[in-house]
Design a protein around this ligand. Structure first.
Ligand code: FES
Length: 123
């Protein structure tokens, strides 16, 4: 019987392919993972935005945060924490129909490392 809790380290790219201040999406066993290097530090997280599942690889950096292109939420790439929620209130009298819709969890982070010029993600 297969052990579904098994943790495996997957080679995802060569170190030189992940230059500083860049990110890319890789797929590991059907899981889309966003990997990157920010100011020399590696990060890896699930590519699905914790808010409404947009692809985070279409976003951009703001410091150590990834800014989701869909609604502008910002998540710290190293702690995973939701740090900013942009407001889309059009005017003061505007009432949100369902405040639940704004809620978001934090990023799902993965372990990432480098060895002998190869980058590995652990799932
Ligand atoms: S889907 Fe990413 S901020 Fe809404």
């Amino acid at each position: 019987m297969a052990d579904s809790t098994k943790i495996t380290r997957y080679p995802v790219c060569k170190s030189a392919e992940l230059t500083d201040n860049t990110m890319q999406k890789v797929t590991i066993n059907t899981i889309d993972v966003l990997i990157g290097r920010k100011n020399g530090k590696l990060f890896a997280c699930n590519n699905s935005c914790p808010h409404k599942a947009a692809s985070l690889s279409k976003g951009h950096f703001n410091g150590d945060n990834i800014v989701c292109y869909m609604h502008g939420y910002e998540y710290n790439l190293f702690t995973g924490k939701l740090e900013k929620m942009s407001s889309w209130k059009k005017e003061d009298t505007w009432v949100e129909q369902d405040p639940e819709w704004r809620k978001s969890g934090d990023l799902v982070l993965y372990s990432i490392s480098e060895e002998d010029d190869i980058v590995y993600v652990t799932l």
